[in-house]
Design a protein around this ligand. Structure first.
Ligand SMILES: [Zn+2]
Length: 68
């Protein structure tokens, strides 16, 4: 899988993001198309949960279960 980018630049400016899986910084939007070296260590689902506040993660997890 590719890097999972979260925006670190202010909205309205050019996208600069950090990968929530490997922690690498300074990606443009093209980084979302590059293979992530930490992919074996962190699943996309776990990375997403780690990027959320505990309360948000719970809501997201419940929502995810509803779609199964
Ligand atoms: Zn990455």
């Amino acid at each position: 899988m590719t890097h999972a980018l979260t925006r670190t630049s202010p909205f309205g400016e050019a996208f600069i993001g950090r990968c929530i899986k490997c922690g690498q910084d300074g990606f443009s939007t093209g980084g979302a198309l590059v293979e992530c070296p930490a992919d074996d260590l962190v699943s996309d689902e776990q990375a997403l949960l780690d990027s959320l506040e505990p309360g948000q993660a719970r809501v997201w997890a419940q929502t995810g279960q509803d779609h199964k």
